[in-house]
Design a protein around this ligand. Sequence first.
Ligand code: HEM
Length: 404
Amino acid sequence: MTGAAGIDLTDVDLFVRGAHLDAFATLRADDPVYWNEGADGSRFWALTKYDDVQWAYREHEVFSSSRGAIVGGSFQSSDDTAAGRMLVVADLPRHRLLKQVIQPALSSAVVGAVSAQVHKLVDQAVDRMLAAGGGDFAVDVATELPAGALMTIMDISWAHAHELIQLTRRMIGYRDEVFVDTGTDDRLRLAWLQAEIFDFFEDLLAHRRRQPGDDFVSRLAQARINDRPLATDEILYNCMNVAVGGNETSSYTACTGLLALMEHPDQYERLLADHSLLGTAVDEILRWSSTNAYVQRVAKRDVERRGRQIRAGDSVTLWNVSANRDTGQYPDGDVFDVGRTPNRHLGYGSGIHRCIGAPVAQAELSLLFQRLLTAGVRCEPVGEPRRLRSNFMLGITSLPVRVV
Ligand code: HEM
């Protein structure tokens, strides 16, 4: 059963076909606070207008993060199993305390070190692509962004970083047959994939406890909140949060960005002619891709919006991908404009949970596109890009390109 507009936002095919943008335009116009009854049994409100999404992000006293990110995921019980223990699913006051511990591990000095590492890896990957006359940008180039970030933040080797990227890719792609056997139960599979990431970090944590360094895991292992160390599962959950938060998002955004530039050659030529547009171009890529399509909240009390009654306990989804195309905020939202300003996109969310890794992601994306621009690289797609089967993470898993 679906709601009045006949749209079901749990239908992954809608997103894979790219038909979701029309669906969101319909919802924003006809039913902006939409009660979605999913074919998978999930029930939730969908906020699709910029103002409403922004409002819900800011009303963190009304909308709790404790139910987890994914509607219908294994996180979905009455509360996320990580509730209160992992930054992204913690409410105040615990959220503030965890953030005080985690934020210094992503300081501007760390971002500087990440940039140096990503610079090196991106240079090598782009050189290889140029020498070969092309390749699969999603596999050969884009994954070097999170690899460089993980190597620096976690102080692990390139091989280990790629091992971790494969694990988080499988978790985020838990409904995609390219990454997993989709014949098993979705929720059990997702729980299993999370356990694999936990195992990875358990080994790393044991190592860091023996030989502490200045990396993320060592910092969490030594951190104290109210004079008490973090529990082991808190450390592991927050390692997972940073890995999952940073791996797929930045590399998938890079792919959507390159695809957008190839599909809008006039905009790419504009950038090539004026590299000072790189900053606005990266923001436009973040708006355009809206890689993290939605976040989930749960209403803590009854609240009304646009005449609709949201009840305490209801799931509420905040659709960044729709807000970022809302004509109320962006009159020409369907135009890809590398010089767009102002551009207050919600690609990183907003409010207290706004992406803590945003400076890392900005650095990664800027370095990548700067490298393509300085080398004067022009690419064109070879065949169709392959999209991730997900309505949560809007990713491109294969983007074969030819250098022209
Ligand atoms: C283009 C890249 C990225 C996008 C689109 C993105 C998107 C987001 C969004 C929408 C949120 C808000 C979640 C919510 O409100 O429930 C978020 C939070 C978060 N992100 Fe990112 N992210 C990106 C890169 C990164 C990177 C590189 C890291 C780590 C190095 C990271 C780590 C996190 C963490 C830890 C949170 C939780 C923050 C909190 O709850 O206070 N993200 N991200």
